[in-house]
Design a binder for this molecule. Sequence first.
Ligand SMILES: NC(=O)C1=CN([C@@H]2O[C@H](COP(=O)(O)OP(=O)(O)OC[C@H]3O[C@@H](n4cnc5c(N)ncnc54)[C@H](O)[C@@H]3O)[C@@H](O)[C@H]2O)C=CC1
Ligand SMILES: [Mg+2]
Length: 341
Amino acid sequence: MSLYFGTIFRRKSFWCYRYLFELREDNDACKKAQQTGAFYLFHDLAPLLQASGRGYLVPRLSLSELEGLLGKFGQGAQRIEESVLIGCSDQHEAWFALDLGLNSSSSKHASLPKSELEAELKASFITMRKALLQLNSMDSSLLFTAQALLRWHDSHQFCSKSGQPTIKNMAGSKRVCPSNKIIYYPQMAPVVITLLSDGARCLLARQSSFPKGLYSALAGFCDIGENVEEAVRREVAEEVGLDVERLQYSASQHWPFPNSSLMIACHATVKPGQTEIQVNLRELEAAAWFSRDEVVTALRRTGSTLQQQNEAFPFLLPPKLAIAHQLIKEWVEQTCSSLTA
Ligand SMILES: NC(=O)C1=CN([C@@H]2O[C@H](COP(=O)(O)OP(=O)(O)OC[C@H]3O[C@@H](n4cnc5c(N)ncnc54)[C@H](O)[C@@H]3O)[C@@H](O)[C@H]2O)C=CC1
Ligand SMILES: [Mg+2]
């Protein structure tokens, strides 16, 4: 079993994109790639991690190590066909993810016992929410992809038209209904996330489910038929009763919660003088305007974790891995340069 320190996930090369495309299209090539590939393990959608100092390392198994592990638990190599392709290195080492703890109704294989697996692997299956606070951005990207794909397969075992079990291709990039040939592809839900500004202050809000003291940018799922601009205007109006004036795209991020979302992050401004917030209490617990100084102080306190949260620090911002954090940081930098210009 080898351990990675987060140096594996960076922008893929041209060859890597082409190789992954080939493996998705060709079941035989994908099966062959498993022989020299590496496997990331999950148990009921929780990734296998190994505690190291203040963070986690991500263990990976070779095919023979995985076969040996399955053998110890009385399962054959056929189980490996449930794995999904999640990436590759520039050296064409394909990476796969396999969940040994899902109890799918159509799966031929039983779920393996978590604590025995952990003892055997000398590592633990940690929920993604807990892991999120300590993983680096490279590892988290790969694990987010893996979890999203494993979750999608688990919940798309049957054709919604015929009711028959669907069949996964080797890479796990699609499922097909054998009776009517309908092809199902993994899906993400688009979500807009907007940092609203009145020039000097930015608007942050919190839901009652957030950790104590945590405020974030306004977020909301796109409605069917909406474009990004319409979704931003609607969400801002719905949640805080304000009119968006100018809108600027910033960046995007795949986010695993609650299922699999594509977060589309934007900066927006309100018309001068139109800043009175009307909080929609069905959606939010609170919303308020924060000055640049307040935000700068809170950013200084936000590491990659929320662990420093305590009574003395009532105002906290999302962790570094969240695109909300990047939006807020960008706003601080922009207001700083406009102040000095
Ligand atoms: N990565 C980041 O920086 C951040 C990510 N987020 C994510 O954005 C997501 C959306 O934000 P919310 O304010 O909760 O959205 P929201 O304002 O649209 O409200 C959620 C409600 O929308 C409805 N809804 C419509 N389509 C849905 C779908 N496809 N899946 C689930 N619910 C749907 C449900 O009734 C749900 O209760 C959150 O799940 C959160 O994980 C939120 C803030 C920061
Ligand atoms: Mg919302």
